[in-house]
Design a protein around this ligand. Structure first.
Ligand SMILES: CC/C=C\C/C=C\CCCC/C=C/C(=O)SCCNC(=O)CCNC(=O)[C@H](O)C(C)(C)COP(=O)(O)OP(=O)(O)OC[C@H]1O[C@@H](n2cnc3c(N)ncnc32)[C@H](O)[C@@H]1OP(=O)(O)O
Length: 291
């Protein structure tokens, strides 16, 4: 019930009510949501989802809810066959899960938050559409999860940007389905090293290890994503979708089977004093780094 009311509440915020006339008459309909801008190029059947939640596109409960609803809308739109996921915030793809959602809140809140994280991943990983991440900025932890859940990743070749699952550096643990998703991308051994050490890879190292598929100059990321999209869309949908599902279903089923226990694990993990302390110390270190 709580989730339903949040979804309904969010649908109002989603801004279908706030579209300007220009946006509606444009041949590229734009939906201006609070955290995500969705632009569907109807003739081509490709949507661009631009995350725009400054300063760092952190994945808050509101953001995740909006993301899942937006993706579902595209999924149900027969005119949309592909999605490019990118950021409208300079230098940041996404800073990952919003740490504030994991600090000093109730057990009920943590459970609701974690269900929303699961939902985002389930929707993205099982999408029938072609999904391409156009990574135009830093991409740690939950941001990396989003990227590796797509079918293909193109990253800006900027030495200042990094990508990876750095959870252990915060004193927390990436859950099994984060691990499965990255292992399906870079293999078991590289995942073991990557997870234990909480490695963040530079763009060039990310290409070498296979977290990303291609590097291009920053200003060409979106064009490169569009070019790759047209190659993938040249394959008949049905054959491609069955192949995708064949590869991903066991990983999806594992979370679906253990969804409730995964939420309980998260809640009991995150409510530990030691974990709360680690997360608070990490947030403070982020603030101090600035000063
Ligand atoms: C047994 C296991 C069972 C179950 C599982 C249990 C547990 C948990 C699993 C949880 C999995 C977690 C996944 C995650 O995604 S955790 C988040 C990890 N993210 C990071 O480590 C990134 C942190 N951020 C950065 O490194 C930098 O901010 C970044 C992205 C490189 C950008 O740098 P910069 O442009 O310089 O910006 P600032 O650092 O100055 O940040 C601006 C502003 O944003 C705040 N902020 C940054 N990141 C986050 C975040 N992830 N959440 C919330 N807030 C964030 C930062 O503090 C600044 O705030 P201020 O108020 O000072 O302006």
């Amino acid at each position: 019930m709580m989730i339903l009311s949040r979804l309904l509440g969010c649908q109002e915020q989603l801004g279908f009510l706030h579209q300007s006339k220009e946006e509606l008459t444009d041949s590229h309909p734009v939906v201006c949501n609070r955290n995500i801008l969705v632009e569907l190029e109807e003739g081509v059947g490709v949507a661009v989802m631009k995350m725009k939640s400054p300063p760092v596109n952190s994945l808050s409960l509101d953001f995740l809810t909006e993301f899942s609803i937006s993706l579902e809308k595209l999924e149900n739109d027969r005119g949309c066959r592909g999605v490019i996921l990118t950021s409208a915030v300079p230098k940041i793809f996404s800073a990952g899960l919003d740490i504030k959602e994991m600090c000093g809140k109730s057990a009920e809140h943590y459970a609701e938050f974690w269900r929303a994280v699961q939902e985002m991943w389930l929707k993205l990983y099982k999408s029938n559409m072609v999904t391409i991440a156009a990574i135009n900025g830093n991409c740690p932890a939950g941001g990396c999860l989003m990227a590796v859940s797509c079918d293909y990743r193109i990253m800006a070749e900027n030495p200042k940007y990094s990508i990876g699952l750095n959870e252990t550096q915060l004193g927390i643990v990436a859950p099994f389905w984060f691990k499965d998703t990255i292992a399906n991308t870079i293999g078991h051994r590289a995942t073991e090293r990557s997870l234990q050490l909480g490695l963040l890879y530079s763009a060039s190292d990310a290409l070498k290890i296979g977290i990303v598929d291609e590097l291009v100059p920053e200003e060409k990321v979106l064009n490169a994503a569009a070019a790759t999209m047209s190659q993938w869309l040249a394959i008949p949908d049905y054959a491609r979708q069955i192949s995708k599902s064949m590869m991903r279903k066991p990983t999806l089923d594992r979370l679906l089977t253990h969804r409730e226990s995964d939420i309980q694990n998260f809640v009991s993990f995150v409510t530990k004093d030691s974990i709360q302390k680690s997360l608070q110390t990490y947030m403070e270190s982020l603030k101090q780094r600035k000063g």
